[in-house]
Structure formats: C-alpha cells, structure tokens
Design a protein around this ligand. Structure first.
Ligand code: GLU
Length: 473
C-alpha cells in the first residue's frame, strides 16, 4: 500500500473539501472558520518500561468541534500516526457525525506504535497510561470525549480504557459510557464490530439502487451483477466484503500489504481470510491471479472499488488506471481531492468516507445510549411484543378458523433482539443519509460530487448548532 500521512497534508485536504463545499452554504466567513478549526489539540509523551530500560511514546488526542458534547472518535495505533493525520481524522469525525445525525462533536486519538512489536502486557501499559493522561487533562468521559476503536485497536484496548477510567472515577454511574467498541461482556453492544463494514455495504447498496444514477455511469441498478475489489482485509474491509457478498455482489479482488489477488469468477472472502491466517499472506490463494505489488490490485477490472485500509491510496498517480465506476471509501481519506477531480471528470462516483464509513460511529452512538440507560435494547419490550403478536395471531386464527403454518407464526410473532434493533437502526441511518446527501447534490446547481453535497449538509447542521448554542448570532 502507498505510504501515507507523514508525507501528505491530510488536514489540508479535508479543509480543501470543506472550502469547496462552504461556498454553497452562505454562512459568514467567521462561522465557517470556527467550524473548520480544530478546537483542542493535545500532544503528549509518556514513558513505558521496556526490556531493561524505558521507551518514550508519542500520543495525541484532538477534539475538533464542541458544537455537541461529547466529542467522539477512535484511537489509532500506528507508527505512521502524526499530528496532521489525527487533526484530519478528528475533523472528519465532526462532519461524519453531522451527516448521519449522531449528536456528537468529532475527535480522534493516536498512539505512535506498531502494535505487533509489543507484548500484550506492554500494550496494556501503553493503553492504560494513555487513558490516564486523557483523564488528567479532562479529555475523556461519557459527557466529554468518548474514544472508540480505529486502525490498530479493538475491543481489548477499549476494555483497558474503560477499566482505567472506572478505577479513577469510582462511583460514577455512567462511567461505562466513557468509551465504545467494548466487548459485550463489558456492556458493549451487539453488532458494533461489524458495523462499519455493514454500513459500507448498505451505502453501496443504496447508491446502486438508484436506476437513473447508474444509467449515467453505464451500470444497471442493483448489486446482483456487480464486481467488487476491496483493499484491506481488516475489520472494515473484511466485513464490507462479507456483507456485499451477502447482498448479492461478487468479490473479484482483494488487496493487502503483501500483495493482491484477483479472480473474475469471484473469491470466497472467508476462504481467503482463512488462507491468510494459515500462511500469513493472501498470495498463493488457489485459482487467483496474483500481484506482488498490492497497488496493482486496485487497477483490475471491476465495477466498485472499496478502499478500506488507509488514507492517500488513490492519487493522481493511479486514478487514471482505476477501472471501477464507483469508489466507496471504507477508510478515511483514501482518495486525494486531485484524484477525485479526475475521477469525477472520468464520470465516476465516489461515495465519500464521511458518509460511507459512518456505520461504526452510528452503532457507537447506540452503545453509548445503552450505557447511559443501563439497559440492553429490546430487554423491556421483546417478550411483550411476542405475546401481543401471538394474541393477534390467535385471535385471527379463531375468527377465521384457519391456522397459520408454524414457521410463519414464529416469524410473525418474534420480538426484536438487540442485534436486530442495532442493524435496523444502522440500515435506516445509512439509507436516510444517502438520500439526504443525494437531494443536496440535486438541489444545489454547481455541486459536482456526493462529497461536496455531504459537506454542505454537515456544515449546515453544525452552523445551526452553533446558532442554537448562542455562540453565533
Ligand atoms: N474509528 C471509527 C471511525 O473512524 C469509529 C469511531 C467511533 O465509533 O467513535 O469512524
């Protein structure tokens, strides 16, 4: 994969996208500057004991916008993390939350390490110390700033964060809402792990559902005949590929660090995943053409490309070689603004990151609500719904003298589980937001891309919040 972050101006790119959209909003310049700026940038270093000595770790937490509280965003564990990247990702979180109507400001964290070079004990030390630093500076709390997983972190790290926070805030009733993406056993929520990938699949499904938009780019509506290449087999890439397959698409290409594989007849994502686990590489997967240079994988024939790894993967260098008609940004910032301009001229559609990968934070919001309410979704009403549906069926059966076959009966009376409610909330969010963005695109002459339309929608909502807060006249 192309190297990133340190040699780019990711925050500048986000601001450029913001500026392109701001001209369509009509808000005063000062308000736009306030929305765009990163409110608080906390850069810190702390030592950990390693071997016979110490190592100093670089870390960040950036709160981009406080127009809503708490602020929200993941913590990235990566050697490539830098301040510019964390600022850009924090800003994207603000716009992302706004576009999917999740009532948070944006934030992001970064710890500059390569997790695989550290033991579990060292990672725990680093995570707990990072959390302690956030607590000391009031950069974490269920009503302040709520971290979550991101590239290089997951449920395990979130448990350490929750435990550290609870230890240092004994008796705080809502303490578990200080972080999301926790394991179920620690009051996480079902469906959070798959949420970003599931959301990406919903976003693509919604985009290709619109017949007139598909006709314009020479595709038919629906996922049934769509060939997809996914970059990244991490949490987001794997689940995007899995749900896209479930929705009827064919995964023809997969790209990872070590190379890429392609099979026009389709790849079984779980088999590739298992092969990689066994051999340490996706290369050598039976029946697939392979490319040692992973970036070549992106340029193979397909209808939809899902970059779900890191930022800055699709640039002026390779955009002209991309065969896909639709790029769905599973990762944050995979396409540079210059590449997007060229792709738009080529007649392609980019489903922008701030909407496309918003499934994760949407379900994080549900988890936070669950933690604040101290009750799992569906707990109160599941059985009640089942009983009342059964009463209805029984009444109908006795009035009509007909009986409903048992498999239909079970399907009709069933009350919703937590997972079903989460997935339903996520699906509704992704469908609704797609059409909101598309409406903006159609209603404002001059807007060329879904990204600009999404930014316009977000900026408008954030501006309204500032005005409602009385911060802006
Ligand atoms: N890290 C994820 C993102 O970039 C999730 C953030 C969250 O759940 O707060 O959207």
């Amino acid at each position: 994969m192309a190297n990133t972050a340190n040699d780019t101006n990711f925050f500048t790119d986000v601001c450029k996208n913001f500026d392109d959209a701001a001209q369509f909003t009509g808000h005063p310049e000062g308000l736009l500057s306030q929305i765009k700026a990163c409110n608080s940038v906390y850069r810190f270093q702390f030592p950990i004991r390693r071997g016979n000595g110490f190592e100093v770790i670089d870390a960040w937490r950036v709160e981009h916008s406080h127009h809503m509280s708490p602020t929200k965003g993941g913590i990235r564990y990566s050697e490539m993390v830098n301040e510019d990247e964390v600022m850009a990702l924090a800003a994207l979180m603000t716009y992302k939350c706004a576009i999917v109507n999740v009532p948070f400001g944006g934030a992001k964290g970064g710890i500059k390490i390569t997790p695989k070079n550290y033991t579990t004990g060292e990672l725990e030390n680093i995570t707990r110390r990072y959390t302690t630093e956030l607590i000391k500076k009031n950069f974490i709390g269920p009503g302040i700033d709520v971290p979550a997983p991101d590239y290089g972190s997951g449920e395990r790290e979130m448990s350490w964060i929750a435990d550290t926070y609870m230890t240092m805030n004994p008796g705080q009733l809502d303490a578990l809402g200080c972080v999301t993406g926790k394991p179920i056993a620690l009051h996480g929520i079902r469906g959070r792990k798959e949420a970003t990938g599931r959301g990406v699949a919903y976003a693509i499904r919604e985009c290709v559902r619109v017949t007139e938009d598909m006709q314009k780019i020479g595709l038919t509506a629906g996922l049934g005949d769509k060939r997809v290449i996914v970059q990244g087999l991490g949490n987001v890439g794997y689940h995007s590929a899995k749900f896209l397959t479930e929705f009827g698409a064919t995964i023809v290409g997969l790209c990872e660090y070590e190379g890429a594989i392609y099979n026009a007849n389709g790849l079984n994502v779980d088999e590739v995943f298992a092969h990689r686990k066994l051999t340490g590489s996706i290369l050598g997967f039976p029946g697939a053409t392979e490319f040692k240079n992973s970036m070549e994988g992106l340029e193979q024939p397909c209808d939809i490309l899902v970059p779900a790894a890191l930022e800055n993967q699709i640039t002026v260098e390779n955009i002209k070689n991309i065969k896909a008609k639709i790029i769905a940004e599973g990762a944050n910032g995979p396409c540079t603004p210059e590449a997007e301009d060229i792709f738009t001229q080529m007649g392609g559609i980019i489903i922008p990151d701030m909407y496309c990968n918003a499934g994760g934070v949407t379900v994080s919001y549900f988890e936070w609500l669950k933690n604040l309410s101290h009750v799992a979704f569906g707990r109160m009403e599941k059985r009640y719904a089942e009983n009342s549906n059964a009463n209805l069926i029984n009444t109908l059966e006795s009035l009509t003298g007909q009986s409903i076959p048992s498999e239909h009966r079970l399907m009709i009376i069933k009350g919703a589980s937590e997972l079903e409610l989460v997935n339903s909330g996520l699906e509704d969010t992704m469908i609704h937001s797609y059409h909101e963005i598309r409406e903006t695109l159609l209603s404002k002459p001059g807007i060329q891309t879904l990204r600009t339309a999404a930014f316009v929608g977000s900026i408008d909502k954030i501006a309204v919040s500032y005005m409602n807060l009385g911060i802006w006249p």
